[in-house]
Write a protein that binds this ligand. Structure first.
Ligand code: SF4
Ligand code: SF4
Length: 439
């Protein structure tokens, strides 16, 4: 146990919490345990008690901070405007510098999450034996946590091979392009963040995202030297590494003027939009953050719904709000607008659509028990809708929901990134979508 009373919280931010408790009902961990220490109000109290030296930085306090998903549902619900995410990141940074963790947790956090996941080549190499094991059906020979991790691996992975420049005018009008007409002149030029997990596991989704931007009339630049956004580091309590990642991206996207910088992963998007806080003293960071847009946010602002035309879905479709889109970025309407444009009357709202699915970045690896409880809760809510297609905007949510649906025997329900959902709807000529495409 380590006692540390070094100040790590911004006093004003911490004092903004008036303990009203209005955030409690939105907190997934509190909903599951009913324990005040697993609520936002309780956690803020613990953080302040540690900072003031009234509570040692021991296993008990750390446990309640570790089980926080960082989903920021409390932040969206808080009438006092408490910046819970900032308090959490500062506390986690303090914990990682002063608290002693088990060798396994250290390996998971410092090696797997911080040194493998943010590097696509390392991730690919690390996933190779895991995929072979899964293919051979040998998971049961390993401890439960290995089995749980393997369950998250998608059956199909595709790496992205994105061109450095993808011109709107180069896009061949696809067969029955669903309202797409190659623009006479591009409407503008945007940058694209390819992401780490996205590029290794969901490469085709990245390609579809760029295609949608081209369809909307934009040239898309994907700088080769861009790197991890720093979200995994920031959420895991390594703010120094997160700042380093942010600086590298500021340089990579500074080469030419861009109208916007597009990201299709909600978790990365919220970190990119907060570079201005992460690098508060760097004026380039504020300009960068102001340009970052979620794919759905940008497409709707560009009037892309009209390109979807009069498509309609023959299957029931529902939508899951990724926490870092709904709560951290407060974006709930644009993705629904796009999904509803395809699904029409077959769109069905999911109960608790904005309650975390348990993925929460790397949470399902570090806190598998709570992650599984929330995964089950999410699957039950999906099943309640009767939908056979769930659309979302974040790779972690896709993996978590897929694994949960498979475990529940609900293999007939598809899980799709919104870019794949939209591109599928636009790439076919017939206006009725069924499972797997339009016909
Ligand atoms: S975080 Fe906000 S909503 Fe929650 S107890 Fe504090 S002031 Fe109230
Ligand atoms: S970030 Fe999510 S899990 Fe953590 S206290 Fe807030 S609502 Fe609860």
């Amino acid at each position: 146990m380590t006692v540390a009373s070094e100040p790590f919280l911004d006093e004003q931010t911490a004092l903004a919490c008036v303990h009203c408790g209005l955030c409690l009902g939105s907190c997934p961990t509190y909903l599951e345990t009913g324990n005040e220490n697993d609520s936002p109000r309780g956690r803020i109290y613990l953080m302040r008690a540690v900072q003031d030296g009234r509570l040692p930085l021991g296993d008990t306090a750390v446990r309640h901070i570790d089980t926080c998903l960082g989903c920021r549902a409390c932040e969206a619900a808080c009438p006092s405007g408490v910046h819970y995410g900032e308090l959490l990141e500062a506390t986690r940074d303090h914990i990682e510098r002063h608290h002693h963790r088990s060798p396994f947790q250290n390996f998971l956090r410092r090696v797997v999450i911080e040194r493998i996941f943010p590097h696509p080549l390392r991730m690919k190499l690390a996933l190779l034996p895991a995929r072979l094991l899964k293919r051979a059906g040998a998971e049961h020979l390993f401890p439960q946590f290995v089995q749980d991790s393997l369950a998250l691996l998608p059956a199909e992975m595709n790496e992205g091979h994105l061109p450095e420049l993808s011109r709107a005018g180069d896009l061949q009008s696809p067969s029955g392009g669903g309202g797409y007409k190659p623009p006479a002149r591009p409407r503008g030029r945007v940058g694209f963040i390819r992401g780490c997990v996205m590029n290794v596991m969901f490469g085709r989704t990245n390609e579809h995202s760029i295609r949608l931007l081209n369809r909307a009339g934009y040239d898309v630049v994907t700088p080769r030297d861009q790197g991890c956004c720093g979200a995994l580091h920031a959420h895991g309590g390594n703010l120094a590494a997160a700042r380093e990642a942010a600086r590298a991206n500021l340089a990579a996207f500074a080469r030419e003027p861009l109208d916007a910088i597009i990201i299709n992963a909600a978790g990365c998007g919220s970190t990119l939009k907060e570079y201005n806080h992460l690098l508060a003293a760097d004026p380039r960071a504020a300009a960068f953050s102001a340009k970052v847009k979620d794919l759905s946010e940008f497409l709707v602002a560009a009037g892309f719904q009209s390109a979807i035309g009069n498509r309609r879905s023959a299957i029931k479709v529902t939508f899951h709000d990724a926490c870092h889109l709904a709560h951290a970025q407060r974006i709930t309407h644009p993705p629904r607008l796009l999904v509803k444009a395809v699904a029409g009357a077959n769109y069905v709202e999911m109960p608790e659509s904005d309650v975390c699915c348990g993925s929460a970045g790397s949470y399902n690896l570090t806190e598998p028990e709570m992650a599984e409880r929330l995964q089950r809760r999410k699957v039950e809510n999906i099943l309640r809708t009767g939908a056979t297609c769930v659309v979302t905007t974040n790779p972690g949510c896709l993996l978590q929901m897929r694994a949960g649906l498979d475990a529940a025997g609900a293999t007939h329900i598809e899980t799709l990134h919104i870019a794949d959902f939209l591109e599928r709807s636009l790439a076919c000529s017939a206006p009725v979508m069924t499972r797997g495409g339009f016909n």
